[in-house]
Design a protein around this ligand. Structure first.
Ligand code: MN
Length: 430
């Protein structure tokens, strides 16, 4: 039996005060879904099994390139981060794994494993970092890493990625996610073809060092830190990479890494169709890579992404096993609260997508009935599935209202007293 941080008494009291109302809401929704031929318990069972990973860097306060305003009780190291992740997992029962970023989270792997399993947590994909320099690093990544003009710098970046795989093996991780900031700020600064060829060669070395049961996720992003050209800038380039590398290579879609108004759900469909969808970094955005909380700006888009995922489930599409992870930067909220609500938003989009009448939708598509086809999606999206999500949490040991229980527990004040304040003023997203 794993340890819990929020007391069992508090959880029991919180749920007891809300259980009767929830049961009534659940029964009422169940009756309405029944009229549509949907069994509410079957949806709830699927929601209970749904999981999304927490990024270790998400539990610290983020920032912009202008400033960072730290919050109270920020985690000081990876062991504090694991405790914060344990709180999120305990209250939501939706986030059983943590995704590490090396070297930020570097520590003795055996200790890391112990710290996580104490709370019943596992490890999701490992993330390498060749977009910033560390203190005692030999060669700088200022002008790139895996695509750098200098062979020594590329080799250093390759070795770092292989080290991430090595650490991940001890932790029980099964995937490596590679995102690089390589690119250029001026026309002419970089030869596009040569840079991409160097990148592919470096990635082939990393791929060769991957254990048989691992997957390699490459993540595209249109711009930033490079503002003129980026080596892995879009899903097309990402698909080429996955095809060039082999069967263990897949594309990772970060919702914030596209131009505004790009049809992301259609990208998702294309990658599924050709067996190369690796997974997601969920977040939301209004203008660029804003890293806002999942579902906070455009929840309909999140639903439409899940509509594609649910649509692909029964078809048994080749290699279809997408990894779900949050990737957000919390500048003005308590990161634990944001991550709990974001995990719930991702679950909500999944539950709503499960309600789509797919037979009816197909019929309207065949008949070119655009209006009824889109209304079929809207009918699912308009359904308030909160009782399903809350019931799933209650049944699996979580709480009916995660933010209310978290505030009631006073966790932030408690850790603020234990963890000395981190000096503010430094820029940069962490
Ligand atoms: Mn990301």
């Amino acid at each position: 039996m794993s340890e819990t941080i929020i007391s069992a008494d508090l959880v029991a009291g919180h749920n007891a005060a809300r259980k009767a109302d929830l049961e009534r809401d659940y029964a009422s929704l169940g009756e309405r879904l029944d009229r549509r031929g949907i069994a509410i318990d079957a949806i709830r069972d699927k929601v209970e099994k749904f999981a999304v990973a927490i990024p270790s860097w998400g539990v610290g306060t983020g920032g912009t390139r202008f400033a960072r305003f730290p919050g109270p009780g920020e985690p000081r190291d990876i062991f504090d981060k694991i405790e914060d992740c344990a709180v999120i997992s305990q209250l939501t029962q939706a986030t059983p794994t943590v995704s590490l970023h090396i070297p930020w989270d570097k520590a003795d792997p055996k200790r890391l494993k112990q710290a996580a399993s104490r709370f019943g947590l596992g490890f999701d994909a490992m993330n390498s970092n060749t977009f910033s320099d560390t203190k005692d690093q030999k060669l700088s990544y200022k002008f790139g890493s895996l695509s750098h003009a200098d062979a020594g710098t590329r080799q250093q970046a390759v070795e770092h990625n292989l080290e991430c795989v090595e650490i991940g093996r001890t932790l029980g991780s099964k995937a490596l996610t590679v995102w690089i900031g390589d690119g250029s700020n001026f026309p002419g600064q970089v030869n596009f073809a040569k840079a991409f060829e160097r990148y592919l060669d470096a990635m082939r070395e990393i791929y060769a060092g991957l254990p048989d049961d691992w997957r390699l996720f490459t993540e595209h992003k249109m711009y930033e830190p490079a503002f003129y050209s980026t080596v892995v800038q879009d899903w097309g380039t990402n698909y080429i990479i996955a095809k060039e590398l082999g069967d263990k290579a897949f594309c990772l879609v970060d919702l914030g890494h596209h131009a505004p108004n790009v049809n992301i759900e259609m990208i998702v469909s294309r990658l599924i169709q050709f067996g190369k969808l690796g997974g997601f970094h969920f977040n939301d955005s209004k203008y660029g890579d804003d890293d806002l909380d999942a579902g906070s700006i455009d929840p309909y888009r999140l639903f439409l992404v899940f509509n594609e995922l649910v649509d692909a489930e029964p078809s048994g599409a080749k290699g279809f096993n997408p990894a779900h992870m949050l990737d957000q930067s919390h500048n003005v909220t308590d990161p634990i609260e944001s991550l709990m609500l974001s995990a719930v938003e991702v679950q909500r989009a999944y539950a709503q997508a499960l309600l789509v009448d797919r037979r009816a939708l197909e019929g309207f598509q065949e008949a070119n009935d655009a209006l009824m086809a889109t209304q079929t999606l809207k009918a699912a999206y308009r359904t308030d599935v909160e009782p399903i999500l809350a019931m799933a949490r209650l049944r699996t040991g979580g709480v009916i209202d995660p933010v209310a229980a978290y505030r009631q527990a006073g966790y932030r004040a408690k850790v603020a007293a234990e963890r000395p304040a981190v000096a503010g003023g430094g820029g940069g997203i962490v």
